[in-house]
Design a protein around this ligand. Structure first.
Ligand SMILES: NC(=O)C1=CN([C@@H]2O[C@H](COP(=O)(O)OP(=O)(O)OC[C@H]3O[C@@H](n4cnc5c(N)ncnc54)[C@H](OP(=O)(O)O)[C@@H]3O)[C@@H](O)[C@H]2O)C=CC1
Ligand SMILES: O=C(O)C1=N[C@H](C(=O)O)C[C@H](O)C1
Length: 263
């Protein structure tokens, strides 16, 4: 049986790729394409918006009542997640939250929703980025207490609204979970010598970069860099569609991309 998906943020860069790739997948059917009420594409065909020709699913600002939705995928904005989350809870719809940039309070609400419906919340849907999360944990463990400084550099397109990226924050959290320490976001002025416990996070913005993350472990005499470079957005979109299939019909709970990807 096909998995019925809804996309929140359907007019965005990611939403358009989800609409396009879902159409190519024989196991999926797009049943709702949601975007901000203020988006100028409201009412237009979501396939037309995505540049794949009409698919008969109009852009709307809410989830249609009476339509079966097996999983909702959210690539929108923090306000978009918070608008759709209670609807998914009320209707017991599993939700894949791929949006980044939530406040701590919003993150807590998303986590709490997992007591009431199935929630997968991940800053990066790419298979190899999720593998890299594991490699960074392994490296942090191996180098703990051996005098290495950890710094994270992320690069993204000029249109990205949140900073640093959710993925960079997750890399930092992994290092901090293993080694302890505190985040330092960029440096300016006479900041003094670097403290051993600092975990530097640096955001570069420009052009059309779809996402690069470099995790630097450096000491006196040598440096190790772990690097991921996205070439286009489809690795994120394909991961999210896999997640949607994995989440359909799941009971309430907190799910991860490791569950989806078998990592
Ligand atoms: N987890 C992952 O693997 C990835 C996560 N992301 C994250 O996904 C999010 C979207 O990225 P991207 O597609 O590049 O961004 P875009 O800005 O291109 O798209 C976001 C879309 O969401 C819409 N939107 C804004 N507010 C709402 C709302 N309240 N309800 C519904 N829709 C809303 C926007 O409409 P409007 O333009 O009218 O405001 C826009 O169409 C970002 O947080 C990004 O960091 C991105 C790539 C990978
Ligand atoms: O906004 C983006 O483009 C991306 N956002 C995500 C993040 O903030 O980590 C994931 C990916 O890097 C692309």
């Amino acid at each position: 049986m096909k998995v019925h998906i809804a996309v929140n943020g359907a007019c965005g860069r990611m939403g358009q790729r989800l609409v396009a790739l879902a159409k190519e997948d024989p196991d999926l059917v797009l049943v709702a394409a949601v975007d901000a009420a203020t988006n100028p594409a409201q009412g237009k065909d979501s396939g037309e918006v995505a540049g794949i020709g009409p698919n008969g699913v109009p852009i709307r600002y809410d989830l249609p009542l009476g339509t079966r939705v097996d999983t909702l995928i959210d690539f929108s904005a923090p306000s978009g997640t918070m608008a759709v989350l209670p609807v998914c809870v009320d209707r017991q719809i599993p939700i894949v939250v791929a949006t980044t940039g939530h406040t701590d309070a919003q993150k807590a609400e998303i986590e709490a929703a997992a007591h009431m419906t199935a929630v997968l919340y991940a800053p990066n849907m790419s298979l190899v980025v999720n593998l890299l999360f594991k490699l960074v944990r392994l490296t942090s463990e191996a180098l703990k207490g051996k005098g290495f400084d950890a710094e994270i550099i992320e690069r993204h397109h000029r249109f990205k609204k949140d900073s640093p990226s959710g993925t960079a924050v997750r890399f930092g959290e992994i290092i901090r979970e293993v080694q302890g320490g505190q985040f330092v976001h960029g440096r300016e002025g006479i900041v003094g010598e670097r403290k051993a416990e600092e975990i530097g996070i640096h955001a570069v913005r420009g052009g059309d970069n779809v996402g690069e993350h470099t995790i630097v472990f450096t000491t006196i005499g040598e440096t190790l860099e772990l690097v991921h470079k996205g070439h286009n957005r489809d690795s994120y979109a394909r991961g999210a569609l896999l997640a949607a299939k994995h989440m359909a019909n799941r009971p309430a709970g907190r799910y991860t991309m490791n569950d989806v990807l078998g990592l």
